[in-house]
Design a binder for this molecule. Sequence first.
Ligand code: ASP
Ligand code: MG
Length: 421
Amino acid sequence: MALIVQKFGGSSVSDAEKIKHVAARILQTQAQGNDVCVVVSAMGDTTDDLVDLADSVSSKRDSREMDMLLTAGERISMSVLAMAIQEQGGKAKSFTGYQAGISTDSDHGSARIWKIEPVRIREALKAGEVAIVAGFQGFSFETGDVTTLGRGGSDTTAVALASALNADVCEIYSDVDGVYTADPRIVPRARKLAQIDIESMLELSSSGAKILYIRAVEFARRHGVPLRVRSTFSADSGTLVYTTKPGDEMEEPVVSGVTTDDTQSKITIIGLPDIPGKAAEVFQIVAEAGVNIDMIVQNSSSQDTQLSDISITLPHSERPKVVEALRSKQAEVGFEGVSYDDEIGKLSIVGAGMKTSSGVSAKLFGALARAGINIEMISTSEIRVSVITRASQLKDATRAVHTAFELDAADTAIIYAGTGR
Ligand code: ASP
Ligand code: MG
């Protein structure tokens, strides 16, 4: 007998029919002899609709009230799902984040989980009930207020509960049947992966794959929670994201997947004196703006001017703030100017086998060259290589690279319509 945590995303519970389908699926899992704890997201686009509603009465989005409002979405789906299960002859009880024992800090809108004491969840499971927990919400004992973990936070709730309950597996259900080698909307010959190591999954999530939220993957890695990504609407076994290798004989693939990110901008600080301390001054300004940057590239300085350029990439939405902050300190730091470019795209290849395989970069750059695509910046980690290209060339680049690393499926059988949420 196993304990399984199942998380159903908004697209899986978007109307009454789908909720009944999910209820049946949960009861099936239970009938196979498992204890089942379920985490649900709000129905369909409910959370976005609630944000729009707030915007229509206020220009401020007061963070405490936003959390009170948004947590209502999950209360609807959890209670309706419990009733649907009861209607089908099962036993179920729903719980808010607070009732499930999820305590967080008081950072409204992006609270961090401090502790989970799922006393009532254990009681419910012991009584043979399906325990249904509202995703993405917690409670701050510091302030006595309801909090949210940030958009998409239900994945984190599920992983954290799986860890606290010592569950055998945490299954993440959406309308997509697993983790793919690339976004099938861009690469029609993308393949579903049967399994992937969690380090690679973390790199995929952080470089643009939307199937799992990065905070949830980080949590799963830290606490050794095995994940399975599955579709609510098929019997496919999905993709296993493992924390310990299922068999030693298995070799890690050199490249597991190709991801894209078109949400970044590039900023270049031009003509920075090439003397100790100047880079530190520049990044102090960026840090004070409270912005996380992704890539950094410094050109070597020219012989006669002793000036160099530094380029950084960061989310589009943060670009105006950082450009403004840099320009306001230009005279003080002594660089010549700041330019920016919003039309960039980032492509990354990820794979645990890269560590032991040489020539991966050569193959990547060769594929891009043959496709006539210019590389503007490069960054690497142990198991990832990322390049910046023109945004307009990103899709062509992705297809070329996917083919070069022999990731293409034999045919384009997959009809991809889902959102993965
Ligand atoms: N309902 C929340 C959102 O849409 C949380 C989630 O879906 O995971 O962001
Ligand atoms: Mg949602």
